[in-house]
Design a protein around this ligand. Sequence first.
Ligand SMILES: [Zn+2]
Length: 485
Amino acid sequence: MSEEILINVTPQETRVAVVAGGAVQELLVERAANRGLVGNVYMGRVARVLPGMQSAFVEIGLARAAFLHVADIKGGEPGKPIERILTEGQAVLAQVVKDPIGTKGARLSTQVSIAGRLLVYLPAASPGEAPHIGISQRIEDEGGRQALRERLRELVPAGEKGGFIVRTLGESAGEDELRADLDYLRQLWSAVQERAAAATPPALLYQDLSRAQRVVRDMASADTPRGVVGSRENIQKLAAFAEAYMPKVRGRIEHYSGERPLFDLYNVETEIERALSRRVELKSGGTLVIDQTEAMTTIDVNTGGFVGSRNFDDTVFKTNLEAAQAIARQLRLRNLGGIIIVDFIDMESDEHRAAVLDELKRALARDRTRMTVSGFTALGLVEMTRKRTRESLAHVLCEPCPVCEGRGELKTARTVCYDILREILREARAFHAKEFRVLAAQPVVDLLMEEESGALAMLSDFIGKPVSAQVESSYNQEQYDIVLM
Ligand SMILES: [Zn+2]
């Protein structure tokens, strides 16, 4: 399936949609305010060494100190404890390998790696004589790997201490392209070192390419023939970047100058809305219900409405097959990571179960993120993991609902009503008041005045005080006040 990339840039955010087969497959939203930090290189300052955890907190100029574990300190003697490697106040050059997530600070490594288009440069890789050259696992043919290693070895200048990893794209690259990438990475690194020498920690030394630049860089792969950019200003910037670094891509970046916004034209805005919804409608009438919690994501597959008993097995099978495809797409679209539990509709037949699992695996193969999929467990669930790299789409675009505080549910008006009745009784015992007035949301007041008016009257008789109710329109359903008059 040939993919098309749509880039929508405003000063505040960059949004990238990968479209294939008429449907949005992947969405990337990068806010200027919280651009991902993975790849950034800092001159940090050790704030605290924690021998018990064999790690250190390193100040890199963010709200929360970053975390450096002894295993991520490269080039030292193996087994040497962290308290003998680092001291408080020491400057340390390190790279972010994991973005801060929730309350966890960024994770650092002193093994810097800088990704080019074809190569990844490890400036301080090998203490040995020959530079280390690694080949991407995805280049499977051993002969090809060896030849590539030789080709690259000839390009690396004498005296180079660092190592290189050839990315998948590098396999089919010509010598000039490899050389250009290699030179670019070495130049970049020497600029970082100059900055490091002059920097007072904490200081940012190198920032990875912007989302849009990276998209353009990766477009050099054959299966993304076309990238469309929404604004004139950005097409100029991106074109200049392509010109300097990957001239072949330059001609494939197009400027979209139509009247309708680019993302509307391709229905991307609608897809974003849908990707934030808990329910996903399937064509067969079934639905997926996706719940994301701190610990895991659960996906529940349901049939749509009534299913006749005659074709029951068949309908369930078809719904599960469709669900398998939809799940793969939703995981990528929403960028859901970590543990994912899928509860397909129960199937009697082993063959059907195997076919659904196959379909799921096939659909997941389009996703470049690392994943594992179990078979059906004893309880009929499919457990899978998907590598967590960036925040999920929902975490980028949403926050927990302040009304229900993220529970996803509110107390019913009747529950609130009964809470109020109990509270009035409590207050009538504790305080001396002439009269009580309830301030609550409209549905709660409606109940008190109508269906539950009998209960309110009984309470009023019991405490011997009048009780009135008044709508407070700014209150949500769970909020109320009892005013003593
Ligand atoms: Zn809510």
